[in-house]
Design a protein around this ligand. Structure first.
Ligand SMILES: [Zn+2]
Ligand SMILES: [Zn+2]
Length: 233
């Protein structure tokens, strides 16, 4: 087991062969618990490969205040079978969230399965990478990022699933955007997507304020901010 900040080895165990009566899960599970014992309940994020990762390990570590992320074998007990049978197109990913654990099925050149307790119940899109190694690094990175921003809102137990999509960077969420007076009145782009639940009509707010970068008309204030901060607008 190594510290990701400096790559130093902090603990290790030598594999001396499978005990006759020890199931593979039992062995890999115990190895992780032995090694992490002094580090539990500190909010550490542990990354494991598919020899170690299992739903039980992720759940138990979560109870012990430690997050787990790793590739997983689909025959692990408790791994959602719904994810396994599905035929995915290349670059598509499917997620299932339950009890604070996220199961991922992602298709690169071949099918990749992961588990993580770093996630909440939000949908995520995994960026496509050419190699498994890159994918894992990217996954670890994005999960860490998600953890930082989402940990404040602990996940509920709802089950959510949705097909992932290849990433499309949204230019309006990046860089500097300034509002200016275009002297032309036009419908606000954000308001135009807001449906009145009673009348069923879309809001029709006219404004002269335009974004210099996006070129769209936006009400100054809330709509301008929403347009540049919310991917779902
Ligand atoms: Zn508006
Ligand atoms: Zn803009």
């Amino acid at each position: 087991m190594a510290d990701s900040r400096n790559a130093y080895l902090c603990n290790f165990q030598i594999y001396t062969g499978k005990h006759e009566n020890t199931m593979e899960l039992g062995l890999s599970y115990r190895a992780v618990y032995d090694l992490t014992q002094p580090y539990l309940n500190n909010g550490y994020k542990l990354y494991t490969d598919n020899f170690y990762t299992s739903p039980k390990l992720a759940k138990d570590l979560l109870v012990d205040g430690t997050y787990l992320t790793g590739t997983v074998r689909t025959n692990r007990k408790g791994f959602p079978k719904d994810l396994v049978g599905e035929k995915l197109d290349k670059n598509v990913s499917v997620f299932l969230h339950c009890d604070g654990i996220t199961a991922v099925h992602w298709k690169d050149k071949r099918d990749v399965f992961c588990l993580s307790s770093l996630h909440g119940n939000e949908r995520e899109t995994v960026k496509r990478q050419m190699t498994q190694k890159k994918f894992r690094l990217q996954l670890a990175y994005s999960l860490t990022e998600a953890e930082i921003s989402k940990r404040a809102n602990p996940p509920d137990d709802a089950v959510l699933r949705g097909p992932g999509r290849p990433p499309t960077p949204i230019p309006r969420l990046h860089g500097k955007h300034f509002a200016y007076n275009s002297h032309i009145r036009h419908r606000c782009r954000v308001c135009a997507k807001q449906k009145n639940p009673v009348t069923g009509k879309y809001k029709d707010t006219k404004t002269v304020t335009q974004c210099d970068k996006c070129g769209v008309h936006l009400c100054i204030g809330d709509c301008f901010e929403l347009w540049h901060t919310n991917a779902n607008v």
